[in-house]
Design a binder for this molecule. Structure first.
Ligand code: FES
Ligand SMILES: [Fe+2]
Length: 457
């Protein structure tokens, strides 16, 4: 029996020619000690664990490819020490937490939270070991339910940056954590990729939030001194819904409301639903440490239940049956499915990936600058706290105008919103909130196209 196979048409297939895997972009993805990216990331404070993860036993933790142990001693101080005891290498994961410091299980050496050797019971009291030996450790402290640490050179320790979205009035901040078995950069890049919200979260897999998330918005990207922003303007009935997502360098993402925003209800200077650090555990694992926010200006407090925070926040849905993951993939499937480390040389990025390219360029520039001896910009050095950020949503009543192109109207509105944020950069707290809200309300009654043109001339 002969088969009538269309052999000629088979010649256009390209699997065989595209099998090679070029090397990954080590400059941006490898984070171990001494790597350019690892050294760069270590110059910042990172959220590394939740306070509630630190109990009465030491917590084995891995950060930037280093094995560490995290504990809170009897005096309430947190210690983040190299995991293996500087005496003969026993793991401090099995140590005993004491009123001051932690005692190694093997020969009883006791280490303070800063790595000072406090006791070595089998050694003479005047042993030179006390002056010579120190357990490696890093500064750590707790703030609003999260443990923060700095793993860089001690003489370069930056000020801890307090952002405006740490202090939104009447907002409940719930710390949460989740883990992704993939590189830190692809988790971070998700924050500067608003196009995935339209497709992954809505059009391809059915709405995971409101169906208006599938409205193809106009996306633009902006650079700030220590952050990159993407703005999305969508038309929803008589409203223009403007949204800002924000990546604070190097690995922070914050984004507007998720569960309560649909573009139908007016909102002025809505703020972020999460603020998260995407912290490398090593090259192929990432720990997200974050706050989920609940309140009037973000998502409502009814979402604030212990189950919901980790499961539903950001559309990241964990531990689901394999079939369900295939039928309704979320961020986890998308990011982890990219592979342990995305090989950039295999990508085919387009105009809708501009944010990803921009973020990579900024990070690469910073890495190279540091290698050349220039420190990366530290947000805390840009004026007094709280540091102003943009992330959040506005829903403004600006109906379609018969005589105007709606795309131009949306673009002018978004441009104006960005100008309002930039103009309020010097203000802080309530004063800034009041100014921005008032300007947004004014914008509803103004002609955004005319006022933008006027400002440009
Ligand atoms: S290995 Fe820790 S005290 Fe000996
Ligand atoms: Fe997402």
């Amino acid at each position: 029996m002969s088969m009538d196979l269309p052999i000629e048409r088979f010649r256009s297939y390209r699997g065989y020619e595209n099998r090679a895997t070029p090397p990954e972009d080590a400059e941006l993805t490898h984070v171990g000690p001494g790597t350019p990216c690892g050294e760069y990331l270590r110059r910042f404070w990172h959220g590394i664990a939740l306070s509630r993860e630190v109990g009465d036993l030491p917590l084995a933790i891995r950060l930037f490819g280093e094995d560490l142990v995290l504990f809170r001693d009897g005096g309430g101080r947190v210690g983040l020490l190299h995991r293996h005891c500087a005496h003969r290498g026993a793991s401090l994961e099995f140590g005993r937490i004491e009123e001051r410091g932690i005692r190694c299980c093997y020969h009883g050496w006791r280490w303070d939270v800063d790595g000072t050797l406090l006791e070595a019971p089998a050694e003479p009291a005047n042993s030179p070991l006390f002056a010579r030996v120190r357990q490696g450790g890093y500064p750590a402290f707790e703030y609003k339910g999260i443990v923060f640490a700095y793993l860089g050179p001690p003489e370069e320790t930056p000020e801890f940056p307090v952002y405006d979205t740490f202090e939104i009035p009447d907002t409940v901040m719930e710390p949460y954590t989740c883990s992704f078995p993939c590189n830190w950069l692809q988790v971070t890049e998700n924050g500067i990729d608003p196009v995935h919200s339209m497709f992954l979260h809505t059009l391809v897999n059915g709405p995971q939030f409101a169906d208006t998330w599938g409205v193809l918005g106009d996306v633009e990207y902006h650079e700030g001194a220590f952050a990159v922003y993407c703005t999305i303007a969508r038309r929803v009935d008589a409203h223009i819904w403007t949204r800002v997502q924000e990546n604070i360098l190097p690995n922070i993402t914050q984004s507007g409301a998720v569960h309560s925003i649909d573009g139908h209800t007016r909102r002025y200077f809505g703020r972020n639903t999460f603020f998260r650090w995407c912290v490398p555990v090593d090259d192929t694992n990432t720990k997200v440490v974050a706050w989920a926010n609940f309140g009037e200006r973000t998502d409502p407090t009814q979402w604030n239940t212990p189950d919901n925070i980790e499961i539903l926040e950001q559309g990241e849905i964990f531990e689901r049956p394999a079939e369900e993951r295939q039928r309704r993939p979320g961020d986890y499937e998308a990011m982890v499915g990219q592979g342990a480390i995305v090989v950039h040389a295999r990508e085919n990025r387009g105009t809708s990936d501009k944010g990803v390219s921009l973020l990579r360029r900024r990070i690469r520039d910073d890495i190279r600058a540091l290698a050349a001896g220039r420190r990366p910009a530290q947000p805390a050095s840009f004026g007094p706290a709280p540091i102003p950020t943009w992330s959040g949503d506005n829903v403004l009543r600006i109906p379609v105008r018969e005589d105007e192109d709606d795309r131009a109207l949306r673009a002018a509105t978004m441009e104006k919103v960005v100008a309002i944020y930039r103009d309020a950069e010097e203000l802080r707290g309530d004063e800034r909130d009041v100014r921005i809200t008032a300007e947004l309300q004014k914008l509803e009654s103004a002609d955004p196209i005319q006022s933008t043109l006027k400002e440009q001339s």
